[in-house]
Write a protein of this length. Structure first.
Length: 464
C-alpha cells in the first residue's frame, strides 16, 4: 500500500487554493494555512472587489450614453450611496471566498486560520489566529503568500483620506476630488471607475503615457478616453509626498507643483509578503526585492519547497498564480507536467474599453526580436460596435512573416477579456492566420473583427 503524501500550503489565494485542490485530487493529505480568508487578497480586497466596482461604474457610464441610443436622460447618473455599492462588493467577495472554502472542504482539504513559518524544508509551524500553535510535517511545502500594497515613507496611508486599493472599500461617499497616484493597471482601472461613479479625478503618471507596460497603441486609446471623459491626466509627473490637510489631501510632485484633492489613492506597486516566514532560515533563495526565486515548475532552491503567485514576482496575475500552484503539485506529486509558458499567457486591463493581450508584443516586433507582420483593424468599422455605441478600440494580430502563424494579439474593446480567447487558442496551438480566419464568426458580433483582421493577414503574409 502506497503512503499518503503530506502537503502544506502557506496562503489561500489563487496559487494556494488551486494547488490544494490538485494535491487533494492526487491523493495527498493537504493543509492550507491562511490568515485572512481563502481566496486571498485577489478575492477579498483586490481583483474581485475592484472588478465589481468597475462593473458598477460601467453600468453608470452606459446609462450616461443613453442619449446616443435615442433615450433622453436629463443628467449623467451618479453613485448616490457608495456605502451600499461597497457593501454589495464586499458581500460578493465574501460569497466567492465561501464558495472556494466549500470546494476545499469538499475535497478533504484542511484549512487553518493563522500564519505559517518554515522551521525546515519538511516542517511548518502554524500560529493559529485564535491562539495556540502546531508543528506540521510536510513532504511538500508550497509558499503562496502573495503581496501587499507598496507604501512609501512620504505617503503613508491613513485609511481615511490617503488610501491603498485595499482600503477603499470602507468609503461611505464618492470622493469629491480623487487624486490617483500611479498609472499602471490598478491606478488606471480605479481612476476610471471612480470617474464613472462621479468623482473628479486627477491621475498622476510618472511616464509620458498611462499604462506604460501595455501596448502603446492601446494605451493611447485609453488615455484619449480618459481625457475625453473629463479626467485630468498629469503625464511625466512623479509624486514626492502626500499630506493630509484640514479638509482633504495635498499631493506634492517632484517638480514643485502641488495637487489638492479630497482623497488620494496610492497605486504605486506592491511588495511580496515573504519576510518573517523562515525562508532564509531554511535556505530558500530570495531576490533583492523580496521575491522567491523559482524555476519553470515552481521549485525554489530548496528541495521539497515550492512557491507560486505574487510572492515569486513571475507575473502578477491570478491566472498565472493558479497555474504555478497546479504545476508545483503536478511536479512534486509525480503527475504529468510541463513548465510554465509565459509566452501564451493572456492578460487584461479592465478599463472601458478593456485591453487584452497575448503572446508577442508590438515592442518585440519593433525591436527586431520577432519577425512578424502586423495588422490592426479599428473597432469603429464593426457593425455590432456601431449598434452598441462603441467607438474606441481595435484588433491587432501579429503573425510570423512568410508562415502566417499567429504569434500574439491585442484587443481593445468592451469585454476584450472574453474576445482574446480565440487569439489565445491560436497562439497556444500554433494556428495560422488562415486557420483562424476560416472559423465562422456570428454576424453581427465583435469577434467578426478578429476574423476580418486574420483575413487581412493572409494577404500580408503572402506579400512579406
Amino acid at each position: 500500500m502506497s503512503r499518503t503524501w503530506s502537503v502544506v500550503v502557506l496562503g489561500g489565494g489563487p496559487g494556494g487554493y488551486e494547488a490544494a485542490l490538485v494535491a487533494a485530487r492526487l491523493g495527498a493529505s493537504v493543509t492550507v494555512v491562511d490568515r485572512d480568508g481563502v481566496g486571498g487578497s485577489c478575492v477579498l480586497t483586490d481583483c474581485v472587489p475592484s472588478k465589481s466596482l468597475i462593473s458598477t461604474a460601467h453600468v453608470l457610464r452606459r446609462m450616461g450614453a443613453a442619449r446616443e441610443h435615442g433615450i433622453d436622460l436629463t443628467q449623467r447618473p451618479r453613485a448616490s450611496d457608495l456605502r451600499s455599492v461597497n457593501a454589495r462588493i464586499l458581500d460578493l467577495a465574501a460569497a466567492q471566498s465561501a464558495d472556494i472554502l466549500a470546494r476545499l472542504e469538499a475535497d478533504g482539504v484542511r484549512v487553518c486560520r493563522g500564519t505559517g513559518r518554515l522551521l525546515a524544508a519538511d516542517r511548518v509551524r502554524v500560529e493559529f489566529t485564535d491562539g495556540g500553535s502546531q508543528d506540521l510535517a510536510a513532504d511538500v511545502v508550497l509558499v503562496a503568500t502573495g503581496s501587499t500594497p507598496r507604501v512609501m515613507p512620504t505617503a503613508v496611508p491613513d485609511g481615511e483620506r490617503i488610501l491603498t486599493w485595499t482600503q477603499i472599500w470602507g468609503l461611505t461617499e464618492v470622493p469629491e476630488r480623487l487624486i490617483v497616484v500611479g498609472s499602471g493597471v490598478t491606478g488606471a482601472e480605479l481612476a476610471q471607475a471612480y470617474l464613472g461613479l462621479g468623482s473628479a479625478v486627477t491621475l498622476v503618471s510618472s511616464r509620458h503615457q498611462v499604462l506604460p507596460g501595455e501596448d502603446s497603441d492601446a494605451a493611447a486609446v485609453i488615455e484619449e478616453v480618459f481625457r475625453r471623459e473629463g479626467m485630468e491626466v498629469l503625464g511625466r509627473s512623479r509624486m514626492s509626498a502626500v499630506e493630509r490637510t484640514a479638509d482633504g489631501v495635498l499631493v506634492r510632485l517632484e517638480d514643485g507643483r502641488t495637487v489638492a484633492g479630497s482623497h488620494a489613492l496610492l497605486a504605486v506597486g506592491s511588495i511580496p509578503q515573504t519576510a518573517g516566514i523562515g525562508l532564509e532560515d531554511v535556505g530558500v533563495e530570495v531576490g533583492p526585492g523580496g521575491h522567491i526565486v523559482v524555476d519553470g515548475v515552481s521549485r525554489t532552491s530548496v528541495r521539497g519547497v515550492y512557491a507560486a503567485g505574487d510572492c515569486t514576482g513571475v507575473l502578477p496575475l491570478a491566472s498565472v498564480a493558479a497555474m504555478q500552484g497546479r504545476i508545483a503539485m503536478w511536479h512534486s506529486l509525480g503527475d504529468a507536467v510541463a513548465p510554465l509558458r509565459l509566452d501564451v499567457v493572456s492578460a487584461n486591463v479592465f478599463t472601458d474599453p478593456e485591453i487584452a493581450t497575448v503572446g508577442v508584443s508590438q515592442q518585440d516586433v519593433d525591436a527586431g526580436k520577432v519577425d512578424a507582420v502586423v495588422t490592426m483593424l479599428p473597432l469603429s468599422t464593426n457593425a455590432r460596435a456601431k449598434m452598441d455605441g462603441f467607438h474606441d478600440g481595435f484588433v491587432k494580430i501579429f503573425a510570423r512573416s512568410g508562415h502566417g502563424t499567429v504569434l500574439g494579439g491585442v484587443v481593445v474593446a468592451p469585454r476584450a477579456s472574453e474576445l482574446i480567447y480565440p487569439l489565445t487558442i491560436a497562439v497556444e496551438n500554433g494556428l495560422t492566420a488562415d486557420q483562424l480566419s476560416n472559423a465562422f464568426t456570428v454576424y453581427p458580433s465583435m469577434t467578426g473583427s478578429i476574423g476580418e483582421a486574420a483575413r487581412r493577414l493572409h494577404v500580408a503574409a503572402r506579400m512579406s
